[in-house]
Design a protein around this ligand. Structure first.
Ligand code: SF4
Length: 117
C-alpha cells in the first residue's frame, strides 16, 4: 500500500493505492488516474527560468509544454544553465526543444519586449 497526496487539484486528497492498483481516498476519477500514473510512470510539468539579454528583467520564466518523466526533471533544469536568449521573446516561444529526447520543449511563459523598442 502506498499513500500520497493528489496534486491534480487544490483539494489535495490523500490517496491510497494497493498492490493491485486499487485506489481509495480519491474524491474523483482524476485522482485515481493520477495515483496509478504516479506509481507506474510519474511525470511532471516543469518550470524554471533562463537568462535573457536586452529585456527589462534578467530572467525569463519557462515551463515544459507537456509532462516529462519525474526522474528527468533535475537534468532538464540543469540544461537551462547553458541557455541564454535575446529579447524580444513572446509567450509560447520555444526556448529549448526536445528536452533530453522526450519530445517536450521548454517554452517561454511570458512576453518580454526588447528594452527601448
Ligand atoms: S482526487 Fe480529485 S478532488 Fe481529490 S485532489 Fe485529486 S483531482 Fe482533486
Amino acid at each position: 500500500m502506498a499513500t500520497f497526496t493528489c496534486i491534480v487539484c487544490p483539494k489535495g486528497c490523500r490517496l491510497h493505492i494497493d498492490e493491485k492498483m486499487a485506489v481509495t481516498g480519491n474524491n474523483c476519477e482524476r485522482g485515481a488516474v493520477y495515483a496509478v500514473k504516479e506509481l507506474s510512470n510519474p511525470t511532471r510539468v516543469t518550470t524554471s527560468t533562463v537568462r535573457i539579454r536586452g529585456a527589462a528583467f534578467a530572467r525569463l520564466p519557462v515551463k515544459t509544454d507537456r509532462d516529462i518523466p519525474k526522474n528527468a526533471v533535475r537534468e532538464a533544469v540543469r540544461l537551462l544553465d547553458k541557455v541564454s536568449v535575446d529579447a524580444p521573446v513572446k509567450c509560447g516561444d520555444i526556448i529549448l526543444p526536445d528536452i533530453l529526447g522526450t519530445g517536450a520543449n521548454f517554452v517561454a511563459t511570458r512576453t518580454l519586449p526588447r528594452l527601448g523598442a
